[in-house]
Each structure stands twice: as C-alpha cells, then as structure tokens.
Design a protein around this ligand. Structure first.
Ligand SMILES: *Cc1c(COP(=O)(O)O)cnc(C)c1O
Length: 361
C-alpha cells in the first residue's frame, strides 16, 4: 500500500500555501521592489566578456573569496568582522534558524514585517513571536518589544531597517536597547540599505550579539540571488557549518564581483530611484482619498479609504500596472497598498492609473 502525502508530510507544512508570485506578463512591474533599470550597454559587453572566461565545468569557489573581497571593499565591512554569503538573504535567515533551532527555541520579529522570518521559523521548527508595531505610524513600540524579549527569551531577533512593507526606519536608540536586552542574536536586516543613509554596519563589533544582513537584490541584482551576513567570527564560524557546499554559483560570483567593481553605475540607478521616491511621494500625498507613509526604502506604503484597496488595486492592474495589495496580510495593514518606485515613465503610468482608479466608484 502506498503512503499518501497526508500521512507523511508534516501537518504544519500541509497547512501552508506555497510562496505565491503573481503573473506579471505585459504589466509594468511595481510589486516586488526591483530596480527598474538595466545595465548600460557598454557595461554589458564587459560583463559578458567576464562570463566567457568563467569555468562552468568546475565547482564554484567554496567561500566566494574574490566576491567577499569585493563586498568588503564596496560596502565597508569593518575589519575583524566575518562575512557569510547566502543564495539570497532568505538563505541566510534559514541558515541562522537551522543553526539554533531546538524544541522551544524562539525567533522574534516586528509586525507587520518581512514574511520570511515567520515562514523560516516554521520550516525550522522554531516558535515564532511577532511583536506588533504601533498601529498608527508603524513605529517600534520599545516597551512592548522589551517586555516580549524579557518573557520569550528569543534565540534570534530580526529587525528590518528600513522595514518592509512599511518603509520606515525605526529609532536607532530603540534598536540599541533591544540589542542590549537580547539574550540571543539580533540581526539588523538592511535589505534597503541603498535607499537610506542610516546603517548599523559601522556599529558591528560594538555588541557581541549584533549581526547585519544585506542583499544585492534591491540594489539592482535581484536575478543573481546573493545576500551577505556580517558579524563576529565566533558566531558566523558556527552558522557557516549548516551552509550547503557551493551555495553561491559561479555565474553569481562572477557577475556580482563585476557589478561591485562597477558600483558607480548601480549607485547612479539607486540615487535616481531615491530622487523619484521623493517626487512620487509628493504626487501621492496630493491625491484625495490616500494616506502616504514616509519611506526610506524603494517603495511607498499607502492607505486607501475603507474597503477601497481591492478595487483600486484591480483598477490599477486593469490599466497595466502591477502593485502589491497588503490589505488582509495583517490587521494593521487593512486598506493598504505597496507601490515600488520605478522609472519616471513607470511612475507616471502608475499615477495615471491610480488617479483613474480613485475616480471610479
Ligand atoms: C527583499 C527582502 C529580503 C530578501 O532578500 P533576498 O536577498 O532577495 O532573499 C530580505 N529582507 C527584507 C526586509 C526584504 O524586504
């Protein structure tokens, strides 16, 4: 007699739905915080020349030494801090969870926040603790968070800085208090570092339990799947033991090293996105029937009138622009939509579609 999935697959996994990526063919894609700009043509030629010399028949450098060097230099990783590379920062979250998971171990993060913290806690068999942000402005509620840390004693605490999907930066002094009060590791997730001037990277080494995680995804290399984790070697040497061998493929190593050596081209793009964010925010704020939340990331969270997020999302999509509907994802995100900042042309199309959708009743 054959076994059925229902007999063998973990009940908590059976209860899940697989990570859903909406179909976007033919739409202006402003749903996933991607950089909208391709590389300049001249750069593409040099990049292809680099790839031509890449040995596809060999396993990659196991630690990505050349890439680590390029990252250290481009990002200013403090001396004495170790780097760990992941197939996207999602894989680094998974490695951290696998390295500490035991019955009763807890992973804490702030809500609404990045959904993979909760998902990966579940995959790894850790208990997940979501601490609510303030409902009106999504600020960190320090007293509530410190109380939760005291009660739950989390092994891992993830803080996205700036936060996704709200776009705001939490108070740095509050994060310091959390690091000091935490019995476990605190991972400051700086996925949106290219769009803000604030960072905990220079603070690495100030506390023994602080790690900083980043990704190249939002800065313009989402297709490569590369994240990096920086922190004290005594911790990262241990986390490295659960990393699968050769997790960063040769094409990613070669392409990311190349891109980091031509960092100015990427910086021009992320600076253009920052400037567009300001323009888009001003235009959005001028619209009736919308509340806009300030952003230090490459997206803007907005709230529609009650019950209008669904129809407005659909009205925008019917006009050829895909954004993210957050209404229903978390109680404090009711009537909320998330708009990724695109090129000036894409943002103009978004605003046109949004104005038309707002006028439809
Ligand atoms: C997008 C995002 C990530 C995921 O990055 P990848 O490197 O693409 O896996 C991590 N953290 C936050 C807060 C994000 O928004």
């Amino acid at each position: 007699m054959t076994t059925h999935p229902a007999d063998l697959i973990r009940p908590d996994v059976q209860a899940l739905r697989a990570y859903h990526v909406p179909e976007s063919t033919g739409l202006i894609k402003l749903d996933a915080m991607e950089n909208p700009y391709p590389w300049p043509e001249a750069l593409r030629e040099d990049w292809l020349a680099t790839l031509r010399d890449t040995a596809m028949n060999r396993y990659p450098d196991p630690h990505g030494e050349a890439l680590q060097g390029a990252l250290r230099q481009a990002m200013g990783i403090p001396a004495g801090q170790m780097l760990l590379l992941g197939n996207g920062s999602d894989e680094l979250i998974q490695m951290l969870a696998m390295a500490v998971a035991q019955p009763g171990r807890k992973l804490l993060s702030l809500e609404p926040g990045f959904v993979m913290y909760r998902m990966i806690a579940l995959f790894a068999g850790m208990n997940y603790i979501g601490v609510p942000l303030r409902a009106d402005d999504f600020a960190l509620d320090l007293d509530t968070t410190l109380t939760a840390i005291e009660q739950e004693q989390p092994a891992l605490t993830f803080i996205a800085y700036p936060n996704n999907p709200t776009g705001n930066l939490f108070d740095a002094a509050a994060i310091e208090r959390i690091i000091e009060a935490s019995p476990g590791l605190v991972i400051v997730d700086e996925a949106y570092a290219p769009f803000t001037d604030r960072s905990f990277l220079p603070r690495l080494g100030d506390w023994p339990n602080l790690l900083v995680m980043r990704t190249v995804s939002k800065m313009g290399l989402a297709g490569l799947r590369l994240g990096y984790l920086a922190g004290p070697p005594d911790w990262l040497v241990e986390v490295d033991k659960v990393r699968l061998p050769y997790n960063i493929n040769v094409l990613t190593q070669a392409s990311a090293s190349f891109a980091l050596h031509h960092r100015t081209a990427l910086d021009e793009q992320t600076n253009a996105i920052r400037a567009e964010r300001g323009r888009l925010f001003d235009e959005l704020r001028a619209l009736d029937g919308l509340t806009c939340f300030p952003s230090d990331a490459n997206f803007i969270l907005v709230r529609t009138a009650a019950g209008r997020a669904g129809p407005i999302f659909q009205g925008i999509k019917d006009r050829g622009v895909l954004i993210k509907k957050l209404d229903g994802a978390h109680p404090t995100l009711s009537d909320c939509l998330r708009l990724t900042v695109g090129t000036p042309e894409e943002n103009a199309a978004l605003l046109g579609a949004l104005r038309a959708a707002l006028a439809e009743r």
